[in-house]
Write a protein that binds this ligand. Structure first.
Ligand SMILES: C[S@@+](CC[C@H](N)C(=O)[O-])C[C@H]1O[C@@H](n2cnc3c(N)ncnc32)[C@H](O)[C@@H]1O
Length: 277
């Protein structure tokens, strides 16, 4: 056996990180406070109500599934992280949760009336494949909605953290090649892929999600502890780089959002909705 270690692929990194119980729990209990604010927008975009059969892809700890169930829908949640599914099954006993890969669904064609994907698109190596699979399992006229965090062109904790990594991170700490974290917030990229997958009536809206924090360095900690991509870039930083990145995030939050003692740090999202042809 060779002692040479194969470099990580994007797919392997995502699966490994989300399957860690501490990452999954930190995401669910802290990071997802902002994702939870997006749930009602996903639920209304797919017209969830009694009689609607919904599939929630990349369901995580079940926050979107909970919203769909509360609206009356019959819900199946799918994720590849058993740590996430363990939490989802406890949190949402009214939904069915299955382990699987969003790029390769084991459901028959035209099984569902609605598909939701809460912040899953940036984590799959092949997002167009997920949209093709979503279209396949939707009935004609069925509705899709997915959420993605806005990129650094707006004020966002994501931009504060990744901007600081770019400036102050150790250049030897890098991610394997993968899709951009905010690609599908861009309608010019998302809509043609949706149309090619068999969707029409594509639209987007922005959600002003945010975190209320009592430490201006909290956005750094939240990305460090509760994300796959952010954690993989932040955890291996040498101590001096880590300290410089956190200090830069603190300075940005103080500059943009005042002197506290509490800060509402924006992490806005884009919800994209479309109808299956
Ligand atoms: C950022 S979390 C989103 C959780 C939840 N949907 C929300 O809106 O807060 C991303 C989730 O996608 C899951 N995931 C990533 N790639 C996946 C794939 N290829 N198939 C299934 N689940 C995947 C991860 O395990 C994780 O639970």
């Amino acid at each position: 056996m060779s002692s040479f270690e194969e470099p990580d692929t994007f797919a392997a990194l995502e699966k490994r990180e989300w399957t860690k119980a501490d990452v999954a729990q930190s995401y669910a209990h802290v990071f997802a406070k902002a994702a939870d604010m997006v749930v009602p927008h996903l639920v209304s975009a797919v017209h969830a109500k009694t009689g609607v059969s919904a599939l929630d892809l990349c369901c995580g700890h079940g926050n979107v599934a909970a919203g769909l169930v509360a609206a009356g829908a019959q819900v199946t949640g799918l994720d590849f992280s058993s740590a996430m599914l363990d939490m989802a099954r406890v949190a949402v006993p009214g939904a069915l949760f299955v382990e699987g890969d969003a790029m390769n669904l084991r459901f028959d064609d035209a099984t569902f009336d609605a598909v939701t994907i809460g912040f899953g698109m940036p984590h799959v190596p092949d997002p167009p494949k997920v949209l093709t699979e979503a279209r396949r399992v939707l009935r004609p006229g069925g509705r899709l909605a997915f959420s993605v965090w806005c990129g650094p062109e707006v004020d966002t904790a994501l931009g504060y953290v990744f901007g600081a990594i770019e400036l102050l991170g150790d250049p030897n700490v890098a991610l394997p090649p993968g899709p951009g974290a905010n690609d599908y917030a861009d309608p010019q990229l998302a809509f043609p892929v949706l149309k090619a997958a068999g969707f029409t009536d594509c639209r987007q809206s922005m959600v002003a999600s945010e975190w209320r924090v009592d430490d201006p360095g909290a956005p750094y900690d939240i990305f460090l502890e509760g994300t796959a991509r952010g954690g993989a870039l932040l955890r291996p930083q040498p101590p001096e780089n880590a300290e410089a990145i956190r200090s830069a995030v603190v300075a940005k939050v103080l500059d943009k959002h005042g002197s506290g003692p509490q800060w509402d740090v924006p992490i806005p999202a884009v919800v994209t909705a479309a109808v299956a042809v």
